[in-house]
Design a protein around this ligand. Structure first.
Ligand code: PEP
Length: 251
């Protein structure tokens, strides 16, 4: 049985003070969410304070990106070890905004994933097609490429630390959500690919989140799909009340 994982992705929102205030407001609202894993991906500056504020709660804290090297002359970058030291237990890698605006490729995604795992972090690997790719009938080709290339060289044992987030680019921040059946179709395709790569038992254990304009109003329907095991949420994760509604989607 896969434990659902609802995770916020704050992107470039929230100061240190705002992040701490969020956790203080949200922790009581999500404390009763048994059977759901809860996370927040936050800007680097807020991570340490956020992780300190979240200690003793059921909220995990993660980075939104990392470099693959341990340290070095990489101005502006942050290593996985630095994230772990700041209190992160996971990192989001390969988000479409990183791919689109910051030159992220499957090759860098793969190196980052290996470095994150080597530093004890869990990984949320993002994948997803653009509208043009969907309309050209290339959805499964693009998504499979992101997943297969991103996970190249990993062994079955490492897959216990990997979560996949399917995020159609056309649904991110647009208010346009994939229909639950559309999401399910892609999620099932990802699980089939994972079965081919790592075997059935491993594939059945990997959680596949959906991301793209998930809100309190649509989370339950999305989560009712058999291969949807969580959500990666941008906009609707920024307010404690709405974040708590997402986390408490079961009732
Ligand atoms: C995201 O940033 O991963 C995301 C899905 O954003 P939104 O929920 O705002 O569409």
């Amino acid at each position: 049985m896969r434990k659902p994982f609802i995770c916020g992705n704050w992107k470039m929102y929230k100061t240190v003070a705002e992040a701490v205030a969020f956790v203080n407001a949200a922790k009581g609202l999500v404390a009763g969410a048994a059977g759901v894993e809860i996370g927040i991906g936050a800007p680097a500056t807020a991570l340490k304070a956020l992780a300190d504020a979240a200690k003793g709660t059921n909220i995990r804290v993660g980075g939104e990106n990392c470099h693959w090297e341990k340290e070095g002359a990489f101005t502006g970058e942050i290593s996985p070890g630095m994230l772990a030291e700041a209190g992160c237990s996971f990192v989001i890698i390969g988000h479409s905004e990183r791919r689109q605006y910051f030159g992220e490729t499957d090759g860098t995604v793969n190196k980052k994933i290996k470095a994150a795992l080597a530093n004890g972090l869990d990984v949320i690997l993002c994948c997803g097609e653009t509208l043009a790719e969907r309309e050209a009938g290339k959805t499964s080709q693009v998504v499979d490429g992101h997943v297969k290339n991103g996970l190249a060289g990993l062994d079955a044992g490492q897959m216990a630390k990997i979560v996949i987030a399917y995020e159609p680019v056309w649904a991110i921040g647009t208010g346009r959500t994939a229909a639950p059946a559309q999401a399910q179709e892609v999620h099932a395709g990802i699980r089939k690919l994972l079965t081919d790569l790592f075997g059935r038992e491993v594939a059945e254990g990997v959680r596949i989140q959906y991301g793209g304009s998930v809100k309190p109003e649509n989370v339950k329907e999305i989560m009712s799909q058999p291969d949807v095991d969580g959500a990666l949420v941008g906009g609707a994760s920024l307010k404690p009340e709405s974040f708590a509604q997402l986390v408490n989607y079961q009732g």
